[in-house]
Write a new protein. Structure first.
Length: 86
């Protein structure tokens, strides 16, 4: 199905450079890009914010208690409060 799009000069230059470097047609690159973007958006549509950033949150362990006495008191108070809620 034919589709016309308008590209900025920068986008056109990027597409031309990528086409030359990859030895693929511009149409092929655009089709692949649209396919990959749409698949990613559809996968993310049903995801929760936690699932989207899960790889950024670490291994899921709690932080160690601070060594500074003042900070440790605050940490223990918060730890006790949230332990009661959970």
């Amino acid at each position: 199905m034919p589709l016309s799009i308008l590209l900025t000069p920068e986008e056109e230059a990027l597409l031309e450079a990528a086409s030359r470097q990859s030895a693929r047609s511009q149409s092929d690159l655009v089709r692949q890009s649209v396919r990959e973007l749409c698949q990613r958006l559809l996968e993310q549509a049903g995801s929760t914010p936690y699932e989207l950033g899960q790889d950024l949150f670490g291994a899921g362990h709690l932080a160690d208690a601070p060594t500074d006495p003042a900070k440790r008191d605050i940490w223990e108070s918060l730890h006790a409060k949230h332990r009661r809620l959970g």
